[in-house]
Design a protein around this ligand. Sequence first.
Ligand SMILES: [Fe+2]
Ligand SMILES: [Fe+2]
Length: 167
Amino acid sequence: MYAVEAAVRFYARKRGADEEVWGLAGLLHDLDWEKHPDVHPMKGIEALREGGYPDEVIQAILAHRPEYTEVEPSSDLDRALFACDEISGLIHAACLMRPTGIDDIKPKSVVKKLKDKAFAAGVDREQVARGIELIGLERNEHIQNVIDGMREVGEVLGIRGEDIRKD
Ligand SMILES: [Fe+2]
Ligand SMILES: [Fe+2]
């Protein structure tokens, strides 16, 4: 969730959007995933509505699972959240395999892992492809942006070279 938040924040800055609002969508989108995977994200949405969270955050969280909620990504935030979600998981996993972690990882090595279907098999490759379409950038450019966003919280994610070499 921190990884997705960081990547979505990166796009908020790039697009001149409200970084705090966008960051919330990234941070909270999987709020109910562990406890209520079957109805995800509807339980989380309920709590966020009660909490008075902004409509655009709620909308983006609904739109990150359109096949279930039937809410398709439409706003810039919806697109950014969708595009950053799965790929950040793959980048996180890829960083853990490298002695230098996120310090110097390049889109090229992420793409290699993306094509290796056995690697981080839980990452839905179709969702990744759809996200790239939604964000409207070249695949490598998008991956670089997500890396840059995630690098800012590399320490929290434990994926800097010095964190990985310690383990
Ligand atoms: Fe989710
Ligand atoms: Fe997610």
